[in-house]
Design a binder for this molecule. Sequence first.
Ligand SMILES: [Mn+2]
Length: 328
Amino acid sequence: MSNDAYGAIMERIRDGSGPLLIVCHVSPDGDAVGAALAVAHYCESVGRAFVLVNDDPVPSRYDFMPLADRFLRTTDVSLRFAQVIAVDCADARRMGQTTLLFAPDYELINIDHHDTNDGYGHLNVVDPQAAATCLVLYRMMHTLHVPIGRAMATCLYTGIVFDTGGFRYNNSTPEIHLAAADLLTRGIEPFYIADRVLEAMTKEQVELVRLGLSTLVVDPSGRMAYVAVDQAMLSASGATDDDTEALLPYTRSLSGVEVGILFRERTDHSVKVSLRSRERVDVAAIAVSFGGGGHVRAAGCNLEGPLADAIAQVTDQVRKAVSAAFAQ
Ligand SMILES: [Mn+2]
């Protein structure tokens, strides 16, 4: 993408009238929250009014990021917005109910890095090669010489750390290390951020891991493993829905496992499915076949319950994909 294209978008954000609506995907993760807040810091620096909205609350592990306390829930907002920026949303559905806050004739700016992004904005900056939406935003800020202060750097670095798994995934390119190096010169605290985002666990999360691991199933092939968390485990542990993420590493991290899956039962008995693969299976394709989306190595989808049915449907698809991948 050219400097001119980046510049045109930043100018539209800076010069737009009325408050800018900043949205990221439902059940926001570190990259989504970091990217939304980086845009908010840009708005602050140029005097543009903004409102940050999400259907869901910001998970407490991300509340250290400056301006995170400015996030509102969709149901608490009655304003309508003529200009919207969506970050880290692969498609329009990922914005959830925030689309109800769009004024007629709204302008939508889509900044993202998902392979499955369909260019749903009026203006789109989508780079599937970028490890994080925060890297795309960093490029924009850096290219246009936007001052990146400690607060914005903290948000951008958080998204990068989250989406690269702490610089461990194959998306950890030389470029992203250079971006991180530059952000580190802005006075951020790398251990504090990595600990909050990747490591720190509450007592409730540890208890949920204890309960959840008792459900671990390893396929006879040894190449697929999953855990399934139901509502009873959530209430017994006192953990929240977001806390279930802590179980995901135990599936794919098993030696020999190609695809790890986490099933979580929601209060309405629908089932959220998170898929992770090691090096061969395109889990985004599997997620898309169930109406979800994501990346080749990390994707997700939602199914109707009950839990056992969702497990049967998804594991059937995964088993086929795994055997196809290993037959080659
Ligand atoms: Mn992302």
